[in-house]
Design a protein around this ligand. Structure first.
Ligand code: UDP
Ligand code: MG
Length: 347
């Protein structure tokens, strides 16, 4: 049984030594065959240098390096595209997803689950704002967008091979892995854990990036915001009928100034809502435009210890200096997902 670990890396030179020291020890207790795929998401702090050095000493440590910062979700996708293991783990590289959980997760896979996720029952080292916004985000996602999305469950997961094959079929540009996993509906176990603080360094998610991710999660999972804007529009039509009646009454009763002010406030509110609705619509149209271009989801310009070129659509792997990987731009292919029968015993 081979275990593959995928970890996205963005300017993490301070934490990489912790990960590269502890993860191999944990993995070697679980299996005699493993690989650790570190996807460098356009780091500028020499993270790729650290990974390259380790990869030269140990062929089980592998580097996939992007040409620029494509984002954590793209990095996870690239990792999933090139894993070779029977069991696949996705985890952050900052030790907030503890490698010690892997053993309990593996037990669940052996019990017949396709996906094992981890729920954060507590979080250390995170600001009150981040904890509060995260709780609010999961509430909005569950009650407004997709109730299958599990609260407080991040990207720290273990997958069977067939679950990975299913995930690989999703090639959309604006992706939110948690939404995709929920949509798939495979048999999922959830383990609780207390999320420790980062081993070192700072979060790579400032507020602006968090907001962007939250909006991608919402808009890539559902057209609900568009529906909300039409409900608001309907509400405004009713409101305008009420305001018009008040105006008539005001004119009869000579309350001209009061009604004029009310009218101005109402018009401003109405145009604000219209502008928001147009902006929302524009955002969705923009995403359709992005998708219609069919551009690659990421560009890989260097690999280390990756033996086989992945054959996934919308992935661009440039020839690396050792000539391992040919240039390829695949067309978009969306086919049905046909999963093999679940095997209760893995490996
Ligand atoms: N990450 C990435 N690309 C980005 C931002 C983050 O690959 O643009 C990686 C990062 O190196 C880490 C993981 O995604 O392995 C989670 O990031 P971080 O720990 O900063 O997020 P937080 O835990 O604070 O939510
Ligand atoms: Mg983190």
């Amino acid at each position: 049984m081979k275990i593959s670990v995928i970890s996205p890396v963005y300017n993490e030179c301070e934490v990489l030594p912790y990960l590269l020291d502890s993860l191999p020890k944990v993995l070697s207790k679980l299996t005699d065959q493993y690989e650790i795929i570190l996807v460098n998401d356009g780091s500028s702090d020499g993270s790729d240098q650290i990974i390259r050095q380790r990869a030269q000493l140990d062929s089980r440590i592998k580097l996939v390096s992007f040409s620029r910062n494509f984002g954590q979700q793209a990095a996870i996708t690239a990792g999933l595209d090139c894993v070779t293991g029977d069991i696949v783990v996705v985890m952050d590289c900052d030790m907030q997803d503890p490698p010690e959980m892997l053993s309990a997760m593996l037990d669940k896979i052996h019990q017949g689950y396709d996906i094992v996720s981890c729920r954060r029952t507590g979080r250390d080292g995170e600001s009150i704002f981040k904890r509060w916004s995260s709780t609010a985000f999961y509430q909005v996602m569950r009650y407004g967008i997709d109730k299958r999305i599990e609260p407080e469950v991040g990207d720290f997961r273990m997958y069977t091979r067939r679950a990975v094959d299913a995930l690989r079929a999703f090639r959309e540009q604006h992706r939110f892995m948690r939404g995709v996993v929920a949509w798939l509906g495979l048999k999922e176990a959830i383990l609780p854990f207390h999320r420790p603080a980062r081993a070192a360094g700072q979060t790579k998610y400032p507020v602006s990036k968090l907001v962007k991710l939250a909006w991608t999660a919402i808009s890539s999972s559902s057209p609900a915001p568009l529906k909300i804007s039409s409900y608001l529009g309907f509400g405004m039509v009713v409101g305008s009928a009420i305001a018009a009646s008040l105006c008539v009454l005001g004119l009869i009763g000579h309350w001209t100034i009061a009604t004029s002010l009310a009218w101005i406030a109402f018009m401003l509110g109405l145009s604000g809502i219209q502008m928001c609705a147009i902006g929302l619509l524009g955002d969705y149209v923009g995403r359709v435009f992005e998708e219609s271009k069919g551009r690659p989801l990421y560009v890989v310009n260097e690999v280390c210890n990756i033996d086989r070129t992945p054959e996934q659509p919308r992935a661009l792997w440039l020839d690396s200096s050792d000539g391992q990987t040919p240039v390829r731009v695949e067309p978009r292919i969306y086919g049905p997902i046909v999963l093999p029968n679940p095997s209760r015993k893995v490996g």
